[in-house]
Design a protein around this ligand. Structure first.
Ligand SMILES: Nc1nc2c(ncn2[C@@H]2O[C@H](COP(=O)(O)OP(=O)(O)OP(=O)(O)O)[C@@H](O)[C@H]2O)c(=O)[nH]1
Ligand SMILES: [Zn+2]
Length: 347
């Protein structure tokens, strides 16, 4: 059993790295630099025929960019994940596809010009809360507007408990404040609409293009890699995950994630007189009372309802997929059993 400090019980060294790229049949693993001034190394590791790697704990799993791995002898094991950014499976068999693992902060990038969409912010916040990472809202292009402070307040109201920073990549305004919010050695992903300024922000955080050379391991297990990495080292020991499809992740909502995004409404629901209040015309409905009092906006209420409906729909769809998979397994087992009894009766 490999240990996390890099030395096995029998004294052999194990390496710890992060998956920096996932391809068909293989993954790239980024190993930390051996010492100051040295470049990080990158290995290519073959995955199993089904595309999985063994896990430190539990069943083999499909690796994702950001996965922590322990390279131990001939085996590469995936460590348990602290967070997962998932995309709803597009086909009927796969439930969800994890596109980034072990993310600390989901940076939600939204432009100030054109005016930000609060509904989109709520949607992206739900994705972030769902992942297990901490969301941070970055409003870009502050140099183009005069009411950035107003939008910081508005965004703060739809993102209770979440940091909101207005920045300008053009003037550098707000970048210091952003640094404070990000802290050191964190793994980040950026999500946001096209043109919001994500690439521009990455360049600002990176300071320069980060180029890394691959190496050949002495034992020949690793191969030289010159692939374009999807896990980008940033100054301050930070890592940025930028995988295809991540920037425009479709929503994978759960009721818990929706409740985390709409913490204010979730608190109101607790105060409704009836447990099964539909928040329509029931007496003692705290949600309707807040709407009537103008404490809750109609826009936010509708946005909450919509995301809740989506979460329920997805849960039902996932249940449906699981049920279909179970039926398939029962059929296969039945066929195997019939086959076995046929063989037996022939003897
Ligand atoms: N004035 C101003 N323009 C900005 C700022 N940040 C980004 N831009 C511009 O906005 C445009 C879009 O920026 P990108 O960084 O390419 O946006 P993106 O979010 O990466 O877009 P996609 O790659 O399509 O997802 C570019 O022309 C940038 O120069 C800013 O702070 N101020
Ligand atoms: Zn109610």
């Amino acid at each position: 059993m490999p240990t996390v400090d890099g030395v096995d019980e029998d004294g052999t060294r194990t390496d710890e790295g992060r998956i920096s790229r996932v391809d068909r049949g293989s993954v790239s693993v980024l190993l930390p630099a051996a010492g100051p001034g040295e470049e990080p190394a990158e290995l290519t590791i073959a995955t199993g025929r089904d595309g999985t790697l063994p896990a430190v704990v539990g069943d083999p799993l499909h690796p994702a960019v950001g996965d922590r791995v322990v390279v131990d002898g001939d085996r590469t094991l995936v460590a348990p994940r602290t967070s997962e950014l998932a995309r709803d499976g597009s086909d009927r068999t796969s439930v969800e596809q994890v596109i980034a693992a072990n993310v600390d902060v989901v940076v939600i990038v939204e432009h100030l010009e054109p005016a930000p969409s609060l509904g989109r912010l709520e949607r992206m916040l739900t994705i972030a809360w769902r992942s297990g990472a901490i969301p941070l809202v970055v409003l870009t292009k502050a140099d183009l507007v005069s009411d950035a402070a107003h939008w910081v307040t508005e965004a703060g109201a739809v993102a209770p408990g979440v940091g909101v920073v207005a920045i300008s990549a053009s003037t550098g305004a707000g970048l210091d404040e952003l640094e404070v919010h990000l802290g050191e050695a964190q793994t980040l992903v950026l999500i946001g609409p096209s043109g919001a300024g994500k690439s521009t922000l990455v360049n600002a955080l990176a300071g320069a293009d980060v180029m890394v050379t691959g190496v050949v391991r002495g034992d020949g297990r690793g191969m030289h890699t010159t692939t374009h990495r999807q896990l980008v080292p940033l100054p301050g020991g930070r890592l940025l995950i930028d995988t295809p499809g991540l920037r425009s992740v479709g929503i994978v909502a759960t009721e818990e994630a929706v409740a985390a995004t709409f913490e204010d409404i979730a608190a109101l629901v607790e105060l409704c007189r009836f447990n099964d209040c539909a928040h329509e015309r029931e007496p003692g409905c705290a949600v309707v009372a807040a709407l009537d009092a103008g404490e809750l906006s109609e826009r936010r209420f509708e946005s909450w309802r919509k995301l809740q409906r989506e979460a329920r729909r997805q849960a039902a769809r996932a249940d449906h997929r699981i049920a279909a998979e179970q039926r398939r397994q029962v059929r296969t087992r039945g066929r195997d059993a019939r086959e076995a009894s046929r063989i037996k009766s022939r003897r």
